[in-house]
Design a binder for this molecule. Sequence first.
Ligand code: SF4
Length: 482
Amino acid sequence: MANYNPKSLKAEEFISHDEILKTLAYAEENKNNIELIDAILEKARPRKTDTGYHCEGLTHREASVLLACEMPDKIQKMYEIAEEIKLAFYGNRIVMFAPLYLSNYCVNGCLYCPYHLKNKTIPRKKLTQEEVRAEVIALQDMGHKRLAIEAGEDPVNNPIEYILDCIKTIYSVHHKNGDIRRVNVNIAATTVENYRKLKEAGIGTYILFQETYHKESYEVLHPTGPKHDYAYHTEAMDRAMEGGIDDVGLGVLFGLELYKYEFAGLLMHAEHLEAVHGVGPHTISVPRLKRADDIDPDAFDNGISDEIFTKIIACIRMAVPYTGMIISTRESEQVRAKALSVGISQISGASRTSVGGYTSEERPHDTEQFDVSDQRTLDEVVRWLMEMGFIPSFCTACYREGRTGDRFMTLCKNGQIQNCCHPNALMTLTEFLQDYATEETKQVGYNMIRKELEKIPNEKVKKIAMQHIEDIKNSNRRDFRF
Ligand code: SF4
């Protein structure tokens, strides 16, 4: 059995099965240890500093004890602390994005995904560059500025050159006042050389879900295709960082394996990135297995309840306080609302999980990767967020200003969010309201913006933001962000 070593570049050493089992045993032994649980909760709490807030985070062992704890009062405490952390580092902003499916050709055999090679009932489709343009125009017309592109793994149909062409096309489309300012990429594990090409193409975050950290299950769930190689897949983020990509996004597909195992593995992966590259994951996504063509989620017996799902999110929030957390439209409005309060900082809106879904009227689309629970329009999601007190943000300034990787983390740790991300969120929200919102949403939005401007601590920043917002309202646009 491989020894646990977070600094190792070998998957079996930084995600040591033995260490996960020891962690689960330790968590089980201590799940009623009130003294220890209180100490861990205290450690997780954000502390005020001269420049902002500081949070220590938790180790995978500590966070696993919290996840195992079933005492209702302690769980309530976890939710409160998770919310405090979120407010300290992210404020009440929620970053908006949409997925864009480029191709569902895939040579892998993933048992939980309808795009798997042996599925003969799903139509296969790959967007041409003209179709990419049309999809991007449809997304821009909703108000989206940030996309996550998705494609199956297929070296013949979706080679890296195709992905690079699509990125170029996406950045080149400027429809009315629209543009896509950040393209995140969710494609299969690849080589350092290809990651370098993605970096040069100007991508934001490289996202790759581990699916499951349990090696044996991983190999069963991925019986055929290049994705079968557990080590190659698990070590992908190290290659991405070697290729110059600063921001990487982790995630597991909850429902495939025992959630406590996945949780420990996910945090060990984050600790490994921090230990080797000096910066942890930029984001963590928390997808849950959903129904889709050829896939029945009941065939997998590790499904988790909404309560456990919420607890997982709160525990991740406490363990990695500076990492953004993403939830998709796989989840219903109710689940998303609860998740937002305990740590989620990024959500998708009005998503289509099919190839060509934004330009097709047909619903559900026959190339859908999974069922979308939240079917509201972007305008509705934006209004809903504001009515709950969140500021939907369309800002991509950090990426454009080169504040990625550890530079973004420094900004976050210094508590400069209120003087930087907060006004940027308000300015980009104003652009959205002016260009794309319904009258009802506009009204809710402008009321919120007025109140939120008052919260900017630095008077000079406040004044500039107010002026800029007035300018946007008067159709006097300038490319300006803090
Ligand atoms: S999960 Fe990804 S790699 Fe697996 S079948 Fe689906 S598209 Fe292909």
